[in-house]
Design a protein around this ligand. Structure first.
Ligand SMILES: [Fe+2]
Length: 245
């Protein structure tokens, strides 16, 4: 009986070995996509009425998904992208052609955008530390909102408005064209850690607001996820003090 079991065991081992050899002979498995579309952290209708569900669906499932797919399509030409973290790619984007810049930026910016928004009433408030930094840089939270809205409204064509943590520890408001962002090592970009970013491409608001971008900007402010901005601010301060020491 024991011998029968042992023979059966041997047969199973041989079969498993043969299957393994066959798989090896078939060649390497195609690499998994390096960059992945993150799911929205809330339901598509959660940001209404400021941003409607259809806009959120199209924005995430088509626009953001296309940036991710197009970025992954560039891995064949730039194999190191297979393992390069998305944030690190931004800091060396000047080495790459426009397709990587546009789609790599698009992926990073949108992944951040979903996180810095929260359903109305769920975004919290600025931490005491962030509030102090806002007062030091802009005078008041209202002045921050006003200057941020102005940067977003004045961005000609498609682009983004940003609140950034500068390398010196202060805050600043900037804007970038297309899918560029403040992490990119490109001329003309004021660099810093993005704390808050607002997408002012027409695809972000046109269904609901048409050409009324200022109305979208004003309504969007009530969606700011200060809990996430606070986290990014604290993390950014830690990183910059670590790099100084
Ligand atoms: Fe967008």
């Amino acid at each position: 009986m024991a011998l029968t079991s042992f023979l059966r065991f041997l047969r199973v081992c041989c079969l498993a070995g043969l299957v393994g050899l066959a798989l090896l002979a078939a060649g390497p498995r195609p690499a998994a996509a390096a960059y992945v579309l993150p799911p929205l952290p809330y339901p598509v209708e959660a940001l209404a009425p400021s941003i409607d569900a259809t806009t959120m669906t199209i924005h995430h499932d088509r626009h953001h998904a296309a940036y991710v797919a197009n970025l992954n399509a560039r891995i064949a030409d730039h194999p190191e992208l297979d393992t390069l973290p998305l944030e690190e790619l931004q800091g060396r984007i000047s080495r790459y052609p426009a397709a990587v810049r546009n789609n790599g930026g698009g992926h990073y910016n949108h992944a951040l955008f979903w996180r810095v928004m929260a359903p109305p009433g769920q975004g919290g408030t600025p931490s005491p530390e962030l509030e102090a930094a806002i007062s030091a840089a802009f005078g008041s939270p209202e002045a921050l909102q006003q200057r941020f809205a102005q940067a977003a409204a004045e961005r000609f064509g498609s682009g983004w408005a940003w609140l950034i943590l500068r390398p010196d520890g202060g805050l600043a408001i900037t804007s970038t064209a297309n899918q560029d962002n403040p992490l990119m090592d490109l001329p003309g970009i004021e660099r810093g850690t993005p704390l808050l970013g607002l997408d002012v491409w027409e695809h972000a608001y046109y269904l609901n607001y048409q050409n009324r971008r200022p109305d979208y900007i004003a309504a969007w402010w009530s969606l700011v996820n200060w809990n996430e901005v606070n986290r990014r601010f604290a993390e950014g301060l830690k990183t910059s003090s670590a790099s100084e020491s």
